[in-house]
Design a protein around this ligand. Structure first.
Ligand code: CTP
Length: 397
């Protein structure tokens, strides 16, 4: 779960540098941005072109690059990251760090940074076991530097022993746990999102205008606070965020099954626009035009997923948050809805077409709880999500 995390990745000069390319891909797949720094020796193993292409940004290579100093000096470069990762961390880089040397871009960044640093060492087994490296490692551990690996195994040089760089997925896991420091670490939260599609026949369905933007933003914000997020989404326009467990469903009944399967959770946020009714006489075959005849659809009520979870006895999440999309008497309707459904909070919004909220980027919500009614100013859905996630974190203690 690395959405919006920024990693400064220093690639040292070792054969394991090729694994750093895969590491960049895996970090970006999880939503992180990567600023790569290549040492002179690193350039002997991987090219700035491959590193830059995979990272999607230019590679930093030179301490005395005046252009880059004008755009972003090395001090800022070292401090704008959430985490500095050195992979591979060579014996030379470890030695410089332990001794406080700063004679190239990588070592200068490592001395100038005030963000946490994680090293993935890679070197020949004799070098790893050398008294100097053992000393340097102990010093770095004492300085608060994190380590992942090295692993034991066959080495590129033909020897066997500890010194192989940790695999990219192991480094990703170490990065995730190094960054997991939010108030929701250890908390599991369910978010439903998007519309549902209720089939009429195999090709037609009844839907609604929900884009899934608010639900996706809430999942992102909760994950950014460290929560393990289960994201149950109908067919939304907005893609699900990276770094959350995604369960894709179509109909309300499928959503209900996915929600039940996700329990137990500490908190559940029901942002989905669930269809209240499904077509009772949905056809297994495509409906054909018949002369003079019009199809007649019969409806059946869908299960109320929110009410089901809010009113469950044992295993009820500590906090159940519902949404209310209203066009009239927002506060009165939403207040009644909170009591009817049995949820702790209702986040109500006015979805009248003139508000532009449904399918738009902004939202103006009213938070209704047993503490009363709070009207929030109109703001970006992402900001509503951030503030709601912070409130959820506070409520869960
Ligand atoms: N919801 C749900 N399952 C349903 C219908 C709604 O979980 N079958 C959830 C939504 O995700 C939302 C809340 O209930 O959090 C409010 O949904 P809404 O459709 O506004 O409420 P209704 O009870 O359908 O009330 P009405 O349509 O009368 O406004």
């Amino acid at each position: 779960m690395l959405t919006s995390k920024h990693i400064l990745l220093i690639i040292g000069g070792g054969i394991a540098a090729y694994k750093a390319l895969d590491l960049i891909r895996k970090l970006r797949e999880r939503g992180a941005s990567v600023t790569p720094v290549l040492t002179r020796a690193g350039e002997e193993f991987v090219t700035p072109l491959s590193v830059g292409a995979l990272a999607g940004v230019a590679v930093h290579r030179d301490l005395f690059d005046l252009n880059k100093e004008a755009e972003m000096g090395h001090i800022q470069l070292s401090r704008s990251a959430d985490l500095v990762v050195v992979a591979p961390a060579t014996a030379d880089l470890m030695g410089k760090m332990a001794g406080g040397l700063a004679n190239d871009l990588a070592s200068t960044l490592l001395l100038a940074t005030d963000t946490p640093v994680l090293l993935a060492p890679a070197m020949n087994v004799r070098m790893w076991e050398h008294a100097a490296t053992v000393r340097n490692r102990a010093q770095l551990v004492a300085d608060g530097i994190g380590f992942v690996g090295p692993n034991e195994g066959n080495m590129a040089c033909g020897e066997y022993g500890p010194g192989r760089m940790a695999e990219p997925l192991e480094i990703v896991a170490a990065i995730e746990s190094a960054l997991a420091d939010g108030p929701l670490v250890g908390r599991r939260v369910l978010v439903t999102s998007g519309p549902t599609h209720e089939p009429i026949d195999p090709v037609r369905y009844i839907a609604n205008r929900s884009s899934g933007a608010q639900g996706a933003a809430i999942a992102t914000a909760l994950a950014a606070l460290g929560a393990e997020v289960v994201f149950v989404t109908g067919p939304a326009v907005v893609a699900p965020p990276d770094g959350v467990a995604v369960e894709r469903v179509e109909s309300a009944r499928e959503m209900e099954a996915a929600v039940k399967a996700s329990l137990p959770v500490d908190a559940a946020v029901f942002a989905a626009a669930v269809a209240d009714w499904r077509v009772k006489n949905a056809s297994m075959r495509k409906l054909k035009k018949t002369k003079g005849g019009l199809p007649v659809l019969e409806f059946a009520e869908n299960p109320d997923i929110l009410a089901g979870v809010a009113q469950m006895g044992e295993g009820r999440p500590a906090l159940v948050v519902g949404f209310a999309a209203e066009t009239d008497d927002v506060v009165a309707n939403a207040t009644a809805k909170r009591l009817r459904k049995g949820c702790d909070w209702i986040v109500a919004n006015d979805v009248s077409p003139e508000t532009g909220i449904m399918g738009g980027q902004e939202n103006a919500v009213v938070l209704i709880s047993d503490q009363g009614v709070e009207e929030w100013p109109r703001m970006a859905k992402v900001e509503v999500a951030r503030q709601l996630a912070a409130r959820i974190a506070a409520a869960l203690g």
